[in-house]
Write a protein that binds this ligand. Structure first.
Ligand code: PEP
Ligand code: MN
Length: 266
């Protein structure tokens, strides 16, 4: 099963001189102040290429913070204008796609809870018809390579050629130190089936605990993944979502500094 994706090389839509692309920012946009300050601090590290923030949060159970919604898109645009960083948000519905694009978001990603559902992915793909925007597709929650591939194909068939995958680990019944098992073999299989497809890694959602991030980030680089998405917050201890896995911008800079890049990256 070879994947026949019609995609543009990563350098043609995001040239980072061969170095891994770093996507960072808070798990969730919480307040305008929190987002702007985090964006400023992340930018000041000089190591971040793309600012992320969750605007619509897919929570496993109801009753928790489900994202600030469209108001956050206005803050994100302010953060972009202030820092000059392109922005990325998760979209889970066709309406999210329309709202994010209308608000000037530069890059969209599909979350693990959406990749798992072909109807959802197809709705998002339909909303992307005729749009020229980079889309990053996270692996599904469960360790099913076909679902991941199917989502990439649906988005690609909608005409999205600036396409990449994000490896964020998989749910497992095994007891583990990780929130989501990396199951590196699935990412390696995807790389083998579609060598032209860029794969980024999301150590934050694999680890679920900030102490574990450096090792997973290094492993991803050693496997030749082309980017890292790492959640950063101005004060992770009070984050409204994913508090245990977010890092301060200073810690983020240290993690990036301590990575040993592959020969061709340095
Ligand atoms: C996120 O990036 O904040 C997120 C919800 O990720 P995932 O879809 O990987 O769980
Ligand atoms: Mn998160």
């Amino acid at each position: 099963m070879k994947l026949n994706l019609n995609i543009q090389p990563l350098e043609s839509w995001f040239d980072n001189g061969g170095k891994p692309i770093i996507i960072s920012g808070p798990c969730s946009a919480e307040t305008e102040e929190q987002l702007l300050e985090t964006a400023r601090l992340v930018k000041e590290t000089g190591k971040v290429n793309i600012l992320r923030a969750g605007i619509w949060k897919p929570r496993t159970r109801p009753g928790e913070f489900e994202g600030i919604g469209v108001e956050g898109l206005v803050w994100l645009d302010k953060a972009k204008k202030e820092t000059g960083l392109p922005t990325a948000v998760e979209v889970a519905t066709a309406k999210h796609v329309e709202e994010a694009l209308a608000a000037g978001v530069d890059i969209l990603w599909i979350g693990a809870r959406s990749t798992v559902n072909p109807f959802t992915v197809q709705d998002i793909a339909d909303a992307l018809q005729g749009v020229d925007v980079p889309v990053l597709v996270k692996n599904p929650i469960n360790p099913d390579l076909s679902l991941w591939i199917g989502a990439l194909e649906r988005i690609n068939r909608a005409g999205i050629t600036k396409l990449a995958a994000i490896h964020r680990g998989f749910s497992s019944f095994e007891k583990s130190a990780y929130r989501n098992e990396p199951m590196w073999d699935l990412a390696i299989q995807l790389k083998t089936l579609a060598p032209e497809l860029p794969i980024f890694n999301d150590p934050s959602h694999i680890c679920g605990a900030r102490e574990l991030i450096p090792h997973i980030a290094q492993t991803a680089i050693d496997l030749d993944m082309q980017g890292l998405m790492i959640e950063a917050h101005r004060d992770p201890s009070v984050a409204w979502t994913d508090a245990k896995q977010q890092v301060t911008p200073a810690k983020l800079a240290e993690i990036i500094d301590n990575l040993t890049l592959r020969h061709s990256d340095s």
